[in-house]
Design a binder for this molecule. Structure first.
Ligand SMILES: Nc1ncnc2c1ncn2[C@@H]1O[C@H](COP(=O)(O)OP(=O)(O)O)[C@@H](O)[C@H]1O
Ligand SMILES: [Mg+2]
Length: 209
């Protein structure tokens, strides 16, 4: 296999600490890191993100197709070239979010979601995925405390976010090799330390291949 950079994704319910932790990990890993997010990450995909987050009455299928379109652009234009240039890519949400939001919450068939994820990514999968696991009520409390502007999905009722968490737990159980479940109720320092440990474990395993 051609050597390429490590692809790391972060997942979890709103307020789990993804944005906080992607930044901390990027700082810890040094300058050769590309930090990005989904939906979005490139100008075209960010326009799709705006449409996605501000449209009322959007159906789960429309969500799925918009997300897939944004992801195809993001992978082709930014993620794959960066990995091929041997950079580490850290992405705030990726394909597991589609399983959790459009599959578990939106009720779309998981086989279809896996197929579309495969098409949109051209078969690219993360090397490590951190799911920051947290009861959604704590995540929503954190966001209320921070008084940030709440987008369409963040304003959904608690039941919505419970289904999303269930979807993430399912993803963690079905791919234990790639997906690392991190207890996000811990302090930011403890979460950062836990995921750094997992990252170094991953790197040391790579040496044997
Ligand atoms: N481990 C933590 N414990 C307590 N508060 C946290 C923790 N991690 C993040 N926060 C705070 O919770 C809020 C949401 O965090 P954020 O990183 O934006 O989450 P996300 O990107 O997953 O929605 C922010 O105000 C952040 O400072
Ligand atoms: Mg965030």
């Amino acid at each position: 296999m051609v050597q390429r950079g490590t692809f790391i994704t972060f997942e979890g319910v709103e307020g789990a600490g993804k944005t906080t932790q992607v930044q901390r990990l990027a700082t810890a890993l040094g300058p050769d890191v590309v930090l990005t997010r989904e939906p979005g990450g490139t100008p075209v995909a960010e326009r799709i993100r705006d449409l996605f987050l501000t449209s009322d009455g959007i159906t789960p299928m429309t969500e799925l197709l918009l997300i897939a379109a944004a992801r195809a652009q993001h992978v082709d234009e930014l993620i794959r070239p960066a990995l091929e240039a041997n950079q580490t890519v850290i992405c705030d949400r990726f394909t597991d979010a589609t399983v959790a939001y459009q599959g578990y919450r939106g009720g779309i068939d998981l086989d279809l979601i896996h197929q579309l994820n495969h098409v949109a990514t051209g078969g690219l999968t993360p090397d490590i995925t951190f799911i920051l696991d947290l009861p959604p009520e704590i995540g929503l409390q954190r966001q209320q405390r921070a008084e940030t502007h709440r987008d369409r999905l963040e304003s959904e009722p608690l039941e919505f976010h419970r289904k999303v968490r269930e979807g993430y737990l399912f993803a963690a159980k079905s791919e234990t090799h790639r997906v690392k479940l991190i207890d996000a109720t811990q302090s930011p320092d403890a979460v950062h330390a836990a995921l750094l440990t997992e990252y170094h474990k991953y790197l040391s395993q790579q040496k044997f291949f």
